[in-house]
Every structure is written in structure tokens, then in C-alpha cells.
Design a protein around this ligand. Structure first.
Ligand SMILES: [Zn+2]
Length: 144
């Protein structure tokens, strides 16, 4: 496993992303939905991956939902950077990571492809997430 660090701009949200998949083989998806287009967000996940998030101030993160409301976008309220999309609950949380928030993004040879999930029925969407999203997700809050 290799570990990649990242976070928001101001340091309120930090994370460690662990996977054995080499960066040049990561699946990196530029989501073409109306929300992600506005942010130019690009997402990755891998079946073996672990994402450990540390939030310095819980009151300084926001979660945004739209559409089917089966995922929420975790955003730092101080600097505005969107880190990840989360689904599920504390005991079974899955996620995709916005690769633009990786510390050393410039040094990683990532291959980005567009992804269009419009028109996908809800059951297919949830099944796809279970199969493809990061399964090992933890969020540690340092201060309330
Ligand atoms: Zn921030």
C-alpha cells in the first residue's frame, strides 16, 4: 500500500489515502453533472483503498446534498474546498475522493476520463457505489 496525503486549502480538513494501485492506473473520473462541472471536481476510488479524514473543527465543515440525496459532498466551510463525496453512515461509510485536493497532485501521472451518470436508475447507482467507491472511510473530529 502507498499513502497519499491531501486536504483542503486552509488545513481544517486533512486526509491520508491508501491504495496499492499505482497512480497511473487510478480510475480518475471527471463527473459531468451540473454540480461537479462547476467545481471541476475529479474523483478517484479503488476497491482496496482506505481514506482516513481528520477534521480539526467539525463546525467548519459543510455537507451538501442534491438530486437523489444518497451522497453528500464534504466541503471545508473556511476555505471552500470540496474534499470528497460520502455515502452511507458512520458504520458503513463509502466515499470518492476529489483528487484535486491531493498535496502532490502535480507529480502524479493521473489519467482523467469523463463520467456521465445522468439517467442512471437509483438501484444501479447504489450498486455501482458499493462496487467502486472507497470502502474503508473514517472521519476523526479533533474539535467539535
Ligand atoms: Zn479549509
Amino acid at each position: 500500500m502507498s499513502c497519499y496525503a491531501g486536504g483542503c486549502h486552509c488545513g481544517n480538513v486533512r486526509y491520508q489515502y491508501e491504495t496499492a494501485v499505482l497512480p497511473e492506473q487510478w480510475s480518475v473520473r471527471r463527473c459531468t453533472c451540473t454540480f461537479c462541472l462547476r467545481l471541476a471536481a475529479r474523483y478517484t476510488s479503488a476497491a482496496d483503498a482506505q481514506l482516513a479524514l481528520t477534521v480539526l473543527y467539525a463546525s467548519m465543515v459543510q455537507r451538501y446534498e442534491f438530486g437523489t440525496k444518497t451522497a453528500e459532498f464534504l466541503r471545508c466551510a473556511r476555505c471552500g474546498v470540496m474534499i470528497a463525496a460520502l455515502s452511507g453512515n458512520d458504520s458503513a461509510r463509502i466515499a470518492v475522493l476529489n483528487v484535486n485536493t491531493l498535496d502532490d497532485i502535480e507529480s502524479l501521472a493521473l489519467q482523467t476520463a469523463p463520467a456521465d451518470f445522468d439517467g442512471e436508475v437509483l438501484d444501479d447507482r447504489l450498486a455501482r457505489r458499493q462496487a467502486n467507491w472507497i470502502q474503508g472511510v473514517t472521519i476523526d473530529y479533533v474539535n467539535a
